[in-house]
Design a protein around this ligand. Structure first.
Ligand code: FES
Ligand code: MG
Length: 593
């Protein structure tokens, strides 16, 4: 239960709007308009903290829509603890609904929320998080402004079912696409199979980017312990919303800010938790962005150093078999953290929003169902984090080791002399449209030995970076039983994908990274042990190709379609450093009083 001690009114930043005798002109203006819907003067001047509820749910954002209901319980908690709730909208980001990419809107929602948190009379804020980018967008803004902030996950959907089997969000789409391509199901069957995975309100029920980012928000200490995994429709979710409302008022009283919680130790905790849960390949991008906005050093190499050798404990799709309800019943994030604490793998002193350390919150928490969360001694997979690769094609890219299937290993990683390396000729696609147009065309020349390349899909090339690096093999190979070819690219891939792609390659082709000069037919060699990815052509030839491409004006990419695409392309960084709006990073702790 939250401590509901009263904040010191003298320190509240909202006083500068509502109770500043030295600036009567403006105070009157601020007051009269916030009174016009029924707030009383003595309420606004009572010294009670004004608490924002950053509302990410809407009809356009179905994953987060349940927050419209949960907001009532957040309000109840805020009022109960002595605060005044002010709910306001955040720019919507629906992962499955936004063209060209939802990735483009993470930074837009971030910028909008920074302006709101900075420019309005807010003493603290509840961040309503859920669908993939809503969580990092909100956390990044709270980091920049650095006023007390707590995140509330909307929670996953209930488990999906089809013919007695669990169907998981996203993961079923990749499978259904293969079944459709190979003729095993028709269009109606395809839609029905995909829709079976979405039986209720909430976000993706797999360990996709949404479950990952909300689990990591909890591991970072930014949400109440045990709250990330509660399914959206459960009564516990409403209770958690109420407790979150209580807690934020206490946080304002204690002046507990994001900078007290988001330390390097908490980021390293999150990296380890990400490996243990089989988390999304989007996590390194979003955590890099968050770290930069709060001013913590974090590099892509930290993922290899601190996460790579952690085993996979959580048996959720896409790396395993279960779904969100099962994860919650098995103990959720506290059970995973509790298990990592027993191995000495968590910095227990890291502070969390409730004023206790993560050690105090999770020490001694047991796993409730070992089929769903495995004990450390019996993991699903060893060494399940991300491998970082580099070479003459890019400065860094990552590969998610927990999703390397037995089929993939048998074909590509079974050379007894060199079990960690493979090579093959590449077929290069320039963006998702090119891939969709040619993947099943025999003229593309794809065989069972081909490595598929996706470029033009980074933050500049395909504004926001498209989730397209995981590519299915052509239909004729699928019919022969070949379900996976190695994929590599400068875009992202969905957290719900079980493809062991090499992705987030930085710099991207559009920024003249090495992928820009790769050609279909070149041979590429990957060495997972050495962490290398190289095209097997000479430095001289690479330099010649680069000079020729530069003479043509560089790697071509599509025109801007909107003003924000133009501004984003002019200011965005690469995936390895968070794909942030670079000029934004220097603005830190701007809302502190
Ligand atoms: Fe919104 Fe997956 S599409 S959480
Ligand atoms: Mg996604």
């Amino acid at each position: 239960m939250a401590n509901t001690s009263t904040p010191d009114p003298k320190k509240l930043r909202s006083r500068a709007w509502f109770d500043d005798p030295s600036n009567a002109d403006m105070t009157a203006l601020y007051l009269e308009r916030y009174m016009n819907f029924g707030l009383a003067l003595e309420e606004l001047q009572s010294g009670k903290p004004i608490i924002g509820i950053a509302q990410t749910g809407s009809d356009l954002s179905p994953c987060n829509r349940h927050h419209l209901i949960l907001a009532e319980r957040i309000r109840a908690g805020i009022i109960e603890a002595g605060g005044i709730p002010f709910e306001f909208p955040v720019h919507p980001i629906q992962e499955t609904g936004k063209r060209p990419t939802a990735g483009l809107d993470r930074n837009l929602a971030y910028l909008g929320l920074v302006e709101v948190l900075f420019g309005y009379p807010l003493d603290g804020v509840v961040l309503t998080t859920g669908c993939d980018k809503t969580t990092p967008a909100c956390l990044m803004a709270a980091a920049t402004v650095n006023i007390p902030a707590i995140s509330l996950s909307v929670g996953p959907m209930l488990n999906g079912w089809h013919k007695g089997e669990r169907t998981g969000s996203g993961t079923i789409v990749w499978k259904a696409r293969e079944l459709l391509a190979s003729g095993d199901i028709d269009y109606q069957g395809f839609i029905k199979l995909v829709a079976s995975s979405a039986p209720s309100t909430g976000f993706c029920n797999t360990m996709g980017t949404a479950s990952t980012m909300n689990s990591l928000a909890e591991a970072l200490g930014m949400s109440l312990p045990g709250s990330a995994a509660i399914p959206a429709p459960y009564r516990d979710r409403q209770e958690s919303a109420y407790r979150t409302g209580l807690q934020i008022v206490e946080m304002v009283a204690s002046d507990r800010k994001p900078s007290d919680v988001l330390t390097r130790e908490s980021f390293l905790n999150a990296i380890r938790v990400n490996a243990a849960i089989g988390g999304s390949t989007n996590a390194p991008i979003h955590l890099a962005a968050l770290a930069r906005h709060i001013g913590v050093e974090l590099s892509v190499d930290d993922w290899q150093e601190h996460g790579r050798d952690i085993p996979l404990l959580v048996n959720l799709q896409p790396a395993g078999e279960y779904l969100g309800e099962d994860f919650y019943r098995a103990g959720g994030v506290p059970a995973v953290v509790g298990e990592l604490i027993r191995q000495g793998l968590i910095a227990e002193d890291a502070m969390t929003v409730n004023g206790r350390t993560i050690g105090d919150n999770c020490r001694g928490v047991e796993i409730e169902d070992e089929k769903v969360i495995r004990p450390y001694s019996r993991p699903l997979k060893e060494n399940a984090g991300f491998s970082v690769l580099r070479g003459n094609l890019f400065d860094s890219a990552i590969m998610k080791l927990s999703v390397i299937s037995d089929e993939f290993r048998a074909k590509w990683l079974s050379n007894p002399d060199d079990p960690d390396a493979f090579e093959g000729p590449v077929v290069v696609f320039d963006g998702p449209e090119d891939y969709h147009a040619r993947i099943d065309d025999p003229a593309a020349g794809i065989t069972e030995d081909t490595i598929l390349i996706m470029r033009g899909a980074g933050p500049i090339g395909y504004p926001g970076a498209a989730e397209v690096v995981n590519m299915r093999p052509p239909a004729d190979l699928l019919k022969k039983g070949i379900h996976a070819l190695p994929c590599m690219g400068d875009g992202r891939q969905s957290g719900t994908s079980g493809s062991p792609s090499i992705l987030n390659a930085s710099p991207e082709a559009a920024a003249m990274g090495g992928l820009a000069v790769l050609r279909t037919g070149d041979r590429v060699r990957i060495d997972l042990r050495k962490g290398e990815a190289n095209v097997l052509i000479s430095d001289e030839e690479l330099a010649e190709r680069r000079t020729a491409l530069e003479a043509q004006g560089g790697y071509p990419y599509p025109e801007n379609q909107t003003p924000w695409q133009e501004m984003s392309r002019a200011t965005v960084g690469q995936l390895s450093t968070g794909a942030v709006i670079e000029p934004a990073v220097k603005y830190q702790r701007i809302g502190q009083v």
